[in-house]
Design a binder for this molecule. Structure first.
Ligand code: ASP
Ligand code: MG
Length: 414
């Protein structure tokens, strides 16, 4: 007998028929003698619908009330799923976040889970119930309802699995696992049987939308055995998120992530002297703007150019800050460009294999794709390219690293 936490996303509970399918899947696990805790998202589109309603009242809805509102989406699906389970003759009980309670801090709309009360869950499991928990929500120390940020049900699932020391946390979604890249862009993209937790962390933060990043962080911290699967298929092992020390043979590159979330800011003609990077970035930090990639060119004639990227939604704000910085440090010009995309290769095998970067750059050059910025970590290389070449870049790299072919991807130095 195992204790399994299953999380079903919005499309998996998007209609009554699908909710019934989920109930049947849960029943199969119960039949095998397992204890099951189920976490659900709201029906697909519901959270967006609720946010849109709030915005009809005010473009910037009150954060506390917004959480009261959007948390209702999951309250609907837990009740419906519990009913469907009972309809199959199972014992089931639904809980909202505050009923558990799932304790969070008080940051409305992006709260962090702090602790989980296990007593009720354990008692229900002990008496043979399926416990159905609303994802994405909790309660703060002042009894306010909070939510965990978009996609937060993943984190609810993983956190519950960690707290209950579950044998496995299964994340059911509308794809059958984690792919080498988005199959809508590269039809040959291959499902990965395993991906390491560190790679998943990079992929999630670099734009792959399969798992909420915080859920991956949780899984890493508490060593939760995490699996991504399709709720629309009966067969299939999905993708298991492994810990590097447990996995035998790793491909050099596991996947390619991409996003159009960033914008590039460049200050031209910056005096090339000590302290200048700090002068530029300190006011950006003071304005609470997160900086991702940074490039400073080699100086000539006593000046240099300095570029960095920020989230696209913060480009205007960053431009205003840089306008002031420009006069203060005597720079020539400030340019903002939101027609960029970031494309990243991710793989723990990079630690032990040379030549990945040169192969990447050569492949992009072969298609005449200009690289505007580069940043690297031990297990990833990201480049910024012109927005309109993003898909071409992803396809080109997928081919260059033969990611469609498992054996080739695994071959050393490949
Ligand atoms: N319903 C929430 C959202 O749409 C949480 C989730 O689905 O994970 O973001
Ligand atoms: Mg999701």
């Amino acid at each position: 007998m195992a204790l399994i936490v299953q999380k079903y996303g919005g499309t998996s509970v998007g209609s009554i028929e699908r909710i019934r399918n989920v109930a049947e899947r849960v029943a199969k696990f119960k039949m095998l003698g397992h204890q099951v805790v189920v976490v659900v998202s709201a029906m697909s589109g519901e959270t967006n619908r609720l946010i849109a309603l709030a915005k009809e009242i005010n473009k910037e809805p009150d954060p506390r009330e917004l959480d009261v509102l959007v948390s209702t989406g999951e309250q609907i699906t837990i009740a419906l799923l519990a009913m469907a389970l009972k309809d199959l003759g199972l014992k089931a009980k639904s809980y909202t976040g505050w009923q558990i309670p799932m304790h969070t801090d008080g940051a409305f709309n992006k709260a962090r889970l702090e602790s989980i009360e296990e007593t009720a869950i354990r008692a229900d499991l002990g008496s043979g119930h399926v416990v159905v928990v609303a994802g994405f929500q909790g309660i703060d120390s002042a009894n306010n309802i909070t939510t965990l940020g978009r996609g937060g049900s993943d984190t609810t699932g993983v956190a519950l699995a960690a707290a209950l020391h579950a044998d496995e946390c299964q994340i059911y979604t509308d794809v059958d696992g984690v792919y080498t890249t988005d199959p809508r862009i590269v039809p040959e993209a291959r499902k990965l049987n395993t991906v390491t937790f560190e790679e998943m962390l990079e992929l999630a933060s670099l734009g792959s939308k399969v798992l909420q990043i915080r859920s991956v962080e949780f899984a890493g911290k508490y060593k939760v055995k995490l699996r991504v699967l399709s709720s629309f298929e009966d067969e299939g092992e999905g993708t298991l998120i492994t810990f590097e020390e447990d996995s035998m043979e790793q491909p050099v590159i596991s996947g390619i992530a991409f996003n159009r979330d960033e914008a590039k800011l460049t200050i031209l003609g910056v005096p090339d002297k000590p302290g200048v990077a700090g002068h530029i970035l300190a006011p950006i930090a003071d304005a609470n703007i997160d900086v991702d990639m940074i490039v400073q060119n080699v100086g000539h004639d006593g000046t240099t150019d300095f570029s960095f990227t920020v989230h696209r939604s913060e480009m205007q704000k960053a431009l205003e800050v840089l306008g002031m910085v420009k006069s203060a440090i005597g720079a020539r010009e400030v340019i903002g460009d939101d027609k960029i995309a970031k494309v990243s290769l991710v793989g723990v095998g990079m630690r032990t294999h040379a030549g990945v970067a040169s192969r990447m750059f050569k492949a992009l050059a072969g298609e005449n794709i200009n690289i505007q910025m580069i940043s690297t970590s031990e297990i990833k290389i990201s480049v910024v390219v012109d927005d309109k070449y993003m898909e071409l870049a992803v396809r080109t790299l997928h081919q260059a690293f033969e990611l469609e072919n498992e054996t080739a991807a695994k071959a050393a130095g490949n």
